[in-house]
Ligand binder design. Structure first.
Ligand code: BES
Ligand code: MN
Ligand code: ZN
Length: 500
C-alpha cells in the first residue's frame, strides 16, 4: 500500500473518504472534527445528540456530505475516553477506520493523524502508529485463494493530512518508519500463515535470501553438512525424523562492522511440530505450522533493521527444521552432544525447540555480541501462565528491562519470569550432563533455564517465549485471525532504542 502525507485541511480533501475522530463524551467537537462538522452543517453534533455515536473506542460512523465537502464520505472513529488514550489507541483507531473504508469499497483514504492534536501525542510517534495500525489492520493472507471475485479490493493509498506545515517533517519520519515496521510484520505473518507443505526449511531459506537481497542484508544459508561438521548435535537430533534437511539462515546487517555494537537475534524455526515420537494429539495440530513464528519474527526484524539502517551490527539466526516421527527420528531417552559439548538427554521429542536454540545460542557467541535475544513458540506453559496479552521474558535484568520498555511502546508486550537457581534442579539427568525438560510445574521457566546453560559465558542474554502469541485465534483491530507477526515490532523497537 502507498503512504502519502500532505499539508492542508481535512475538510478540503477531494477524497473517496476522509477520517476524523471523536473522544467519548464530547458533544461539540473542535479541531479537525469540528471543522468537518461545521462544513457538514452540524451533522456530527446531530449524530452525537441523537445518541447514535458516543465516541467509544473503535466505534465508527459514516456520513455522506452530499456536496457540502469535496469528499464523498466522512468516517468518524471513536477514540474512547481522552484520559485513557494512548499510542495503542491510535493503532486501533487507524485499523478500525481503514477496515471500515475497505468494507465500503474505498481504495483511497485520507485521514487526520489521531492523537497528534487533542490527544497531545508527539507527531512522529502518532504518525508511525497510524501507519502501523492501517497496514496491519488491512493485512490479509490471500496467496492461496483463487476465488477472489467477491472480495473487496484493499485500500491502495493512505494520505495523512496535517494542517500545520511545521509538523510535516515529523509526520513523514513517523510514517516512513511505521511503513517499514508494519510491512516487516506482514512479512512475518505471511511466513507463519503459509502452510508447512509450502513453508519448509528450504523455501523459508530461499525467501530469506530474496528478502535479504531486496533490503541489503548479508545472507548466508548454513547447510546441513556444515551444521554436522560444526557439531550441532542437539539441533540435528530434531531433524532426524524430518523430510527436508535442516538449515540455518544467517542474516546480517552491517556485516563485519567490528566498530558497531553487535546484537544477535535467534528465532525458533520449527516449520511443523508434530511432537515427533512423543507425538501430539491431533486436535488443533494444524496450528503447529506456527512453530516457526520466532524465526519469522527474526527475519522480519532484520529486514526492518536494514531498511531503517540502524547504527548497530545485527545478526539474525534462524535454525529451521520440521519435527516429525519416523523410524530414524530421535527417541525419548536418546542422548546427544550439543555444540557446546554438553551431553543432553531427550525425555520428550516434543520439547524440540530448545534443542535447536541451544546450538544456535552457542553459535551466537562467535559474533562476540553485546547481547543475545532469542524468541520462540517454546512452551504451552507460557500460554497457561500469561495468555495472549503478553509473552514471557527472562534472562539478564538490563536486557529484560529493555525488552519490557520496547514491549510497552510497541504493544508487543512481554512480562518477566524468574530464573531462580532452584528451577535447575528439575533438569538433572541420570545418564547425561543435563536433561532437557523438567516437570509440568514451571514449564515455561525450566525451558528458559535449560537454554541459559548454553549461552556463551559473560554475554547478556534474554529469552522470549511467545507460544500464545504466534497465531491469533480471534480477530483484533489490527491483528486479524492467523499469524500475528508478534515480535517484529518488539525487537525493532528494542534495537531502535539501543544506544539511546
Ligand atoms: N511448539 C510447542 C509449544 C507450543 C504449544 C507452541 C502451544 C504454541 C502453542 C513446543 O515445541 C512443545 O511442544 N512444548 C512442550 C514441551 C514439553 C514437552 C516439555 C509443551 O509445552 O507441552
Ligand atoms: Mn514440541
Ligand atoms: Zn515446538
Amino acid at each position: 500500500m502507498q503512504i502519502q502525507t500532505t499539508v492542508g485541511k481535512i475538510q478540503d480533501q477531494e477524497a473517496q473518504a476522509i477520517v476524523v475522530n471523536l473522544f467519548e463524551g464530547v458533544a461539540a467537537p473542535d479541531g479537525a472534527t469540528g471543522a468537518v462538522d461545521a462544513a457538514l452543517g452540524g451533522a456530527i453534533r446531530a449524530l452525537i445528540a441523537a445518541g447514535d455515536f458516543r465516541g467509544k473506542r473503535n466505534e465508527v460512523a459514516v456520513l455522506y456530505p452530499a456536496g457540502s465537502l469535496p469528499a464523498r464520505r466522512v468516517l468518524v472513529v471513536g477514540l474512547g475516553k481522552a484520559e485513557k488514550f494512548t499510542v495503542e489507541g491510535i493503532r486501533q483507531a487507524a485499523a478500525t477506520a481503514a477496515r471500515k473504508a475497505r468494507d465500503l469499497g474505498v481504495t483511497q483514504l485520507h485521514t487526520v493523524v489521531h492523537g497528534a492534536g487533542v490527544g497531545a501525542i508527539e507527531m512522529e510517534t502518532a504518525a508511525q502508529a497510524m501507519v502501523e495500525g492501517t497496514i496491519l489492520g488491512l493485512y490479509r493472507y490471500q496467496e492461496l485463494k483463487t476465488q477472489l471475485e467477491d472480495v473487496r479490493p484493499n485500500v491502495e493509498t493512505l494520505t495523512l493530512v496535517e494542517f500545520d506545515p511545521a509538523k510535516l517533517a515529523a509526520l513523514e519520519a513517523g510514517a516512513a518508519a511505521g511503513r517499514v515496521i508494519a510491512e516487516a510484520t506482514c512479512l512475518a505473518r505471511d511466513l507463519i500463515n503459509r502452510p508447512a507443505n509450502l513453508a519448509t526449511p528450504s523455501t523459508i531459506a530461499e525467501t530469506a535470501r530474496t528478502l535479504a537481497e531486496a533490503v541489503g542484508l548479508q545472507c548466508r544459508i548454513m547447510e546441513k553438512a556444515e551444521i554436522e561438521a560444526l557439531g550441532m548435535g542437539a539441533f540435528l537430533s530434531v531433524n532426524k525424523g524430518g523430510g527436508e534437511p535442516a538449515k540455518m539462515v544467517i542474516l546480517e546487517h552491517n556485516a563485519g562492522r567490528e566498530d558497531l555494537p553487535a546484537v544477535v537475534l535467534v528465532g525458533k524455526g520449527i516449520t511443523f511440530d508434530s511432537g515427533g515420537i512423543s507425538i501430539k494429539p491431533s486436535q488443533d495440530l494444524w496450528k503447529m505450522k506456527d512453530d516457526m513464528a520466532g524465526a519469522a519474527a527474526v527475519i522480519g526484524a532484520l529486514c526492518a533493521t536494514a531498511q531503517l539502517n540502524l547504527p548497530l551490527r545485527v545478526v539474525g539466526l534462524a535454525p529451521l527444521t520440521e519435527n516429525m516421527p519416523d523410524a530414524l527420528a530421535s527417541k525419548p531417552g536418546d542422548v546427544v552432544k550439543s555444540l557446546k559439548g554438553l551431553t543432553v538427554e531427550i525425555h520428550s521429542t516434543d520439547a524440540e525447540g530448545r534443542m535447536l536454540l541451544i546450538d544456535a545460542l552457542t553459535y551466537a557467541g562467535t559474533f562476540k555480541p553485546q547481547a543475545i535475544v532469542d524468541i520462540a513458540t517454546l512452551t504451552g506453559a507460557q500460554a497457561v501462565a500469561l495468555g495472549t496479552p503478553a509473552a514471557a521474558v527472562m534472562g539478564d535484568e538490563a536486557l529484560v528491562a529493555r525488552l519490557r520498555a520496547a514491549g510497552e511502546a510497541s504493544y508487543d508486550r512481554v512480562w518477566p519470569m524468574p530464573l531462580f537457581e532452584e528451577y535447575g534442579e528439575q533438569l538433572k539427568s541420570d545418564v547425561a550432563d543435563v536433561c532437557h525438560v523438567g516437570g509440568r510445574a514451571g514449564g515455561c521457566i525450566t525451558a528458559g533455564f535449560f537454554l541459559s546453560k548454553f549461552v556463551p559465558e559473560g554475554i547478556p542474554w534474554a529469552h522470549i517465549d511467545m507460544a500464545a502469541q504466534g497465531l491469533a485465534d480471534d480477530d483484533r483491530p489490527y491483528i486479524p485471525r492467523g499469524g500475528a507477526g508478534f515480535g517484529v515490532r518488539l525487537l525493532v523497537e528494542m534495537l531502535r532504542r539501543w544506544n539511546g
